[in-house]
Ligand binder design. Structure first.
Ligand code: PHE
Length: 344
């Protein structure tokens, strides 16, 4: 139910629009503007029921507030979900995104969006035909282009820092990494790991797409149970729950997906299982650094590279803090975000 979800949420507000032409629900979730205008991607997805889409948006928006605070950016957190009966193509997709662009424009810059699951550069160009409050349009259209190269690079730096903490050396060579989901981030991450000499296993519901990475495809339904050093979730969220954590045979969970823990208790479950967890919104911040850094903060390519590499240092600090305080890594990340928010 919408009511319960909103009552329990600690964010600012949600703007809702039902799009009659397509039957889509648009939810723009503004979680926090404490540090600046709310920023976050637009997810295009079909859900069984509209409240599930709202719930996804509310959680993702809260994650953006923490992500941007941990990154030290002067931005608040938000997220938009376009819950469609089926993911549209062609003219229908364009018109839906135009109407969505009008909605973003009506918010006057208090929400600035970018790509997320199922939305890419070309979609941001369409949204950008109606509002300037959009990141990651194509370069030809004045944007910074596809951010996924920097999301993947940030995850790669994060994996190295996590290896260093778990094993005393950050070298991925010879380590086995399972990359789950070979979309724009997962495929690029697999490539970086292969180039660094890791043994890379990939799983995807689309086996062809997994194979195209050049890594070894494994069956998606049993992938989680494979013995590996690092499990890198790069597809849907909430893959870490009581059941899946029992089946894991890895030392590290470090991947690009948002909302990896089904519930906060799963952070404790991972710790109890002896698995070092890289908090999702810390390790996957490279895409936000790309869009916001290049388009809003005037960074050049060198500065962006340094900031993305800094994700590894931030994670190392979180691991040390978690150990010193005897808390989970997700709690340590939350404390860091809370400190930044309190300083404002
Ligand atoms: N949607 C991505 C994320 O979850 C990236 C992104 C965010 C891109 C904000 C631009 C602006 O971080």
């Amino acid at each position: 139910m919408f009511e319960d979800l909103l009552r329990r949420w600690d964010g600012e507000h949600v703007v809702v629009r039902h799009d009659e032409a397509t039957g889509a629900w648009m939810f723009v979730c503004i979680h926090s503007t404490r540090l600046g205008p709310a920023m976050g991607g637009t997810r295009l997805k079909s859900y069984d029921e509209p409240p599930q889409a709202l719930e996804d948006g509310l959680r993702l928006a809260a994650g953006m507030t923490r992500k941007l605070a941990v990154l030290g950016l002067p931005c608040g957190g938000g997220k938009a979900v376009l819950a469609v009966p089926a993911v549209p193509d062609g003219d229908e997709r364009r018109r839906l995104l135009e109407r969505y662009g009008d909605l973003v424009e009506s918010l006057g810059g208090s929400f600035v969006t970018g790509p997320d699951m199922n939305t890419r550069e070309a979609d941001m160009d369409v949204v950008g035909s109606r509002t300037p409050h959009v990141f990651c349009r194509s370069v030809g259209n004045g944007g910074s282009g596809d951010p996924s190269v920097h999301t993947a690079l940030g995850v790669f730096h994060g994996i190295r820092a996590t290896l260093a903490h778990a094993f005393g050396t950050d070298d991925p060579a010879g380590r086995t990494v399972l990359v789950q989901g070979t979309g724009s981030v997962g495929a690029k991450l697999a490539r970086l790991l292969l180039d660094a000499g890791a043994v890379v296993l990939v799983s995807d519901v689309d086996e062809e797409r997994a194979r195209a990475t050049g890594a070894d495809p494994v069956a998606p339904d049993t992938a989680l149970e494979l013995e590996c050093d690092v499990y890198a979730p790069c597809a849907l969220g909430a893959t870490l729950n009581a059941d899946s954590i029992r089946r894991l045979r890895c030392r590290i969970v470090a991947g690009g997906a948002n909302n990896q823990l089904a519930t906060p208790a799963d952070g404790e479950r991972l710790r109890a299982a002896g698995i070092l967890y890289a908090p999702d919104y810390v390790i996957n911040g490279g895409g936000a650094l790309h869009g916001i850094g290049l388009e809003r903060l005037g960074w050049d390519a060198g500065r962006l590279e340094r900031e993305v590499a800094g994700i590894g240092d931030t994670l190392s600090g979180i691991y040390r803090q978690a150990e010193a305080a005897g808390i989970t890594t997700s709690e340590a990340a939350e404390r860091l975000a809370a400190e930044r928010l309190a300083q404002s």
